[in-house]
Design a binder for this molecule. Structure first.
Ligand SMILES: [Zn+2]
Length: 143
């Protein structure tokens, strides 16, 4: 269940990074070599082509490639929290917070995107994206 990002009192951490219905990160795709990027770019980092399609909804699921658990942070930031690289199912590697007990995280585990409140600034709830472990029954069979 995603939160509304356009309700009063909220603001996206940055515009153009994600949408909520359904929840997806927004990237770009190269029309020449097919590489996807996040955030969206005006050219392809792989082949240099400027023939890129903007506003591409990326896969909401992926696997944990790597992670670290942050145990010390500036004042106002709750710890511990996990930062991970997530390989989305359409081959984009995204850095994001991974919401889970650090002891349960495993390289390669399936994760999915969640849009949620990630902080507060200027009396507004900041809406951003995190990844959370996928339940076994949400896994796609024959993957
Ligand atoms: Zn390309």
């Amino acid at each position: 269940m995603s939160e509304q990002i356009d309700r009063p009192g909220t603001r996206a951490i940055r515009s153009g990074l994600f949408k909520t219905d359904p929840p997806r990160l927004i990237g770009s795709a190269c029309r020449d070599c097919g590489v996807h990027t996040f955030p969206a770019r005006e050219f392809c980092p792989e082949c240099g082509s400027e023939q890129v399609t903007p506003d591409v909804a990326l896969a909401p699921t992926g696997r944990l490639y790597s992670f670290t658990t942050v145990r010390q942070a500036p004042p106002g930031r709750r710890t511990p929290y996990n930062l991970g690289y997530v390989d989305l199912d359409n081959d984009v590697r995204v850095m994001a917070q991974v919401e889970a007990d650090p002891a349960t995280l495993q390289i390669g585990m399936p994760l999915h995107l969640r849009i949620q409140t990630v902080g507060r600034q200027d009396d507004l709830d900041l809406i951003g994206y995190v990844f959370i472990p996928s339940d076994i029954d949400q896994e796609v069979p024959n993957e």
